[in-house]
Design a protein around this ligand. Structure first.
Ligand SMILES: N[C@](CCCC[B-](O)(O)O)(CCN1CCC(O)CC1)C(=O)O
Ligand SMILES: [Mn+2]
Ligand SMILES: [Mn+2]
Length: 305
């Protein structure tokens, strides 16, 4: 296995400062060294730099669109290059609006993808259904072919080409879905394993059904977009939009171990770690070390040794 690490210190998909520190915190916790220790080749592509955007006035209700569009165009090019170099891309966020560039660039390199979205939230509001205007609650709406006609073209977004089909998307961990999002998920028939299904089926069955569902037709490379707020806030409190009733540490690691074993994992996002949202240093350390362990599971770490 080989991992290409891209740091994306970006926060404009949401209003809270601090999430831009995610990449360096995850590196400082030893991600690269731990990957190498477990036999994974690692190339660190460093942190992207994003230009400041002046006068980034709201477009309708959408906030900071020009900054988000520009940052994701840079990220898309960077992820495409990492994939062309033959690595599994690892995008360290930063907020979840970065999934736009990460998935777009991944698909530009490898073609059609399966997307596994692990999150408390669906992040599938369109610019018109979003009540907050924060683009970290909207990324999937820019990527789905089926929503293309429903999404207005925002400034600095004209480069985004839809690249994912609704049938190739699976959600795990949902527990805070907006009405507009629920309507979209039902309308498109997107496969959802909410926390109710995790409780009902157990994580092993959820992963079995996820992989069966995604490989029913052609097996595609998998893009895992993991929002740290999918994990319960008792474990990962240092994040912008915590929601009670989340995945245990063990369920989170089981998910990444299982996806690694498919041999199809081709791109990973780990987003929404925000040290300023922790109340204690221990809160931050628990959040960051869980993020590292989730990523190690993506690259072959097995709890059995
Ligand atoms: N769905 C939310 C949250 C998005 C979270 C993004 B993340 O990347 O962390 O998954 C809004 C949530 N909703 C707003 C109104 C409140 O009363 C209830 C929560 C949105 O802002 O669209
Ligand atoms: Mn979330
Ligand atoms: Mn998210």
């Amino acid at each position: 296995r080989s991992a290409g690490i891209i740091g994306a210190p970006f926060s404009k998909g949401q209003p809270r400062g601090g999430v831009e520190s995610g990449p360096d915190l995850i590196r400082a916790a030893g991600l690269l060294q731990r990957l190498q220790e477990q036999g994974c080749a690692v190339k660190d592509y460093g942190n992207l730099t994003f230009e400041e955007v002046a006068d980034d006035e709201p477009v309708g209700r959408v906030k900071r669109a020009r900054a988000v569009g520009g940052a994701n165009q840079r990220l898309s090019e960077a992820v495409r290059a990492v994939k062309k170099d033959g690595h599994t891309s690892v995008m360290l966020g930063g907020d979840h609006s970065l999934a736009i560039g990460s998935i777009h660039g991944h698909s530009a390199a490898v073609g059609e993808l399966s997307v596994v979205w692990v999150d408390a939230h669906a992040d599938i509001n369109t610019a018109l259904t979003s009540t907050t205007g924060n683009i970290h609650g909207q990324p999937m709406s820019y990527l789905l072919h089926e929503l293309h006609a429903k999404v207005p073209v925002l400034p600095n977004f004209s480069w985004v080409k839809p690249c994912v089909s609704a049938k190739d998307l699976v959600y795990i961990g949902l527990r805070d879905v907006d009405p507009g999002e629920h309507y979209i998920l039902e309308l498109l028939g997107v496969k959802v394993f909410s926390m109710s299904e995790v409780d009902k089926l157990g994580v092993a069955r959820v992963m079995e059904e996820t992989c069966d569902y995604l490989s029913t037709r052609v097996k595609k490379p998998i893009h895992l977009s993991f929002d740290i707020d999918a994990i319960d806030p008792s474990v990962t409190p240092a994040t912008g939009t915590p929601v009670v009733g989340g995945l245990t540490y063990r369920e989170g690691v089981y998910i990444t171990e299982h996806l690694c074993q498919t041999g199809l994992l081709s791109g990973v996002d780990l987003v929404e770690v925000n040290p300023l949202r922790g109340q204690t240093e221990q809160d931050v350390q628990s959040t960051v070390s869980t993020a590292v362990d989730l990523l190690l599971g993506c690259f072959g770490r097995r709890r059995e040794g």
